[in-house]
Design a protein around this ligand. Sequence first.
Ligand code: ADP
Length: 169
Amino acid sequence: AALAGFTAATTTVGFAASAVTERSFIMVKPDGVHRGLVGDIIKRFEQRGYKLVGCKVLVPSRELAAKHYAEHDGKPFFPKLVDFLTSGAVVALVFEGKDVVKTGRTMIGATNPLASPPGTIRADYGIDVGRNIIHGSDSVDSAMREIALWFRADELANYTPVATAWIYE
Ligand code: ADP
């Protein structure tokens, strides 16, 4: 793997760039946007060390919402879920970093906020399963599908934050 690095004082600090390319699709749902939680949610991922590579605000179409939640098509809550997701603005995010899919899910908590441990996003801000603030990809494969659904390739930024070598050894 290619090593990126730089010299800090007398010590050369380097990191394996290939180790940190996993990406997750994270979305603040309309309830999170209405409640002013966008900044806090981005902050939690940033301060953990994850790199923001995609970010946009939009009101999703029914087609986009239904494609995003295609695995739930036919379930009793599906129509309500699509109504809800298309009822207002969402903030679509892509974060990159080591194990970001699984760690992102841990930071988000359980689907039902009442079943989420304190300290998770859904527990800290939610009560109802139909108002659980945030979406996060549940696998690397889902993440790739969802990122391609919500973003064009040229909407994702390639850059190396200067803090990278202080986050990864
Ligand atoms: P997660 O978002 O945790 O990956 P799922 O993929 O199972 O959960 O469900 C997608 C979304 O559908 C949930 O985040 C939640 O908003 C909604 N949902 C799931 N189950 C129910 C339910 N029983 N009643 C109402 N809404 C639900």
